[in-house]
Design a binder for this molecule. Structure first.
Ligand SMILES: Cc1cc2nc3c(=O)[nH]c(=O)nc-3n(C[C@H](O)[C@H](O)[C@H](O)COP(=O)(O)OP(=O)(O)OC[C@H]3O[C@@H](n4cnc5c(N)ncnc54)[C@H](O)[C@@H]3O)c2cc1C
Length: 336
């Protein structure tokens, strides 16, 4: 177990602003975690699980306990006719797990290559990219209940997955620490390469293989997204908004090129990046915060930004998109 007091968070989240946590504790086992939670020092103070900090914005010092998992095992627990069940510790770096699965020839997470962060956050966020969502591979989540200190098992249906959403962001928010996630991956390659120019890139690499899909995704990501170790950011700052079909039809009259995807619930998902770009924000700065010049969904720390700079920029963008399209943008990033 590692326990730090008044811990700097600068290197523990990808926006890289200075903030301090009263306590930062890393646990190596579930027993370790229970010991921490029983400890008198931590009774009655705020608690939050932090993985790679790649979807967080610390708006102030954190007055309580930040919990970080060091459960780092990957176990093959069952082989089925055409799939495998793999149980992964919440502290495994997400992309290390993807690389491992690709190397083993297990399909299902290759389109999610290169997403920063750790396995524990993957069901919380229902991470997604390039036409795939992790919910389609999750068989089981094992998490510790912070009140009872009992482990609880959540089936895929129990997790109530939605777009970048799960039960762990709502009624169970901050009540559970995810310890293990079991993924069901296919031993047959189910390639999902319809997104953008993935198809072309994969053909250029010699055809459809898991490794070529992974390499194409990593290539596209490196061209479009800023590297958080160089430029502080938390990926997509806003979620793609859903609007009524009637509003979308009205907007299309003024902006025929406005992208939109019909959803099963009859609503239309529109591109937040397109709206931000049209509102004139792509590549623009406000103080020390800026909108990335290649991906308008990404807000970046241009050097010495404070959380207040990022929030001011976010507020201005939300205001301008609302004024132009009557569309409400909601941050995907968690303000702590
Ligand atoms: C450059 C960049 C690109 C990105 N691209 C994508 C993308 O393509 N698709 C995508 O979906 N996301 C993307 N993201 C966002 C981010 O990587 C994901 O949301 C990721 O899952 C966050 O993982 P993390 O470990 O950093 O979680 P954190 O940011 O540390 O935490 C995120 C949330 O999960 C909770 N949490 C973390 N660990 C646990 C745990 N063990 N138990 C319970 N709760 C926990 C936290 O409390 C918080 O609510 C990107 C981010 C960056 C910086």
């Amino acid at each position: 177990m590692l326990k730090l007091e008044n811990c700097s968070l600068k290197d523990k989240h990808t926006f890289h602003m200075e903030a301090k946590a009263r306590y930062w504790v890393e646990f190596e086992s579930i027993d370790d975690l229970c010991d921490i939670l029983r400890h008198q020092t931590f009774k009655g103070i705020p608690m939050l699980s932090v993985g790679g900090g790649s979807n967080l914005l610390f708006t102030a010092d954190f007055p309580g306990l930040l919990l970080h998992s060091r459960l780092r095992t990957i176990e093959l627990i069952r082989e089925e006719a055409q799939s495998v069940l793999v149980r992964v510790g919440s502290g495994v770096v997400w992309d290390d797990f993807v690389a491992y699965a690709v190397d083993k020839g297990w399909s299902g997470v290759e389109n999610l290559s290169g997403i920063p962060g750790e396995v524990g956050a993957s069901p919380v966020q229902n991470i997604g990219a390039y036409g795939a969502e992790v919910k389609d591979t999750i068989a089981l989540v094992e998490a510790l209940n912070l009140e009872t200190l009992q482990m609880q098992r959540f089936s895929n249906a129990d997790c109530q997955f939605g777009y970048r959403d799960s039960i762990f962001k709502h009624i169970l928010k901050n009540h559970f620490v995810v310890c293990y996630v079991t993924y069901r991956l296919s031993t047959i390659l189910n390639a999902n390469i319809r997104y953008g120019d993935m198809d072309r890139r994969i053909r250029e690499k010699g055809g459809i293989t898991l490794q070529n899909i992974r390499d194409a995704v990593l290539e596209i990501r490196s061209e479009k997204l800023p590297d958080p170790s160089v430029t502080g950011n938390a990926g997509s700052f806003f979620m793609n908004p859903e609007i009524q079909a009637e509003q979308y039809q009205r907007l299309k009259k003024s902006w025929p090129e406005m992208p939109g995807w019909a959803l099963a619930n009859g609503r239309i998902k529109v591109s937040a990046a397109w709206c931000i770009d049209q509102a004139g924000w792509k590549g623009r700065s406000l103080g020390n915060a800026a909108v990335h010049d290649r991906q308008a969904l990404v807000l970046v720390n241009s050097g010495n930004a404070t959380a207040a700079d990022i929030m001011a920029l976010s507020d201005r963008i939300i205001h301008d998109v609302k004024a132009k399209f009557d569309i409400n943008l909601h941050p995907e990033v968690l303000f702590v």
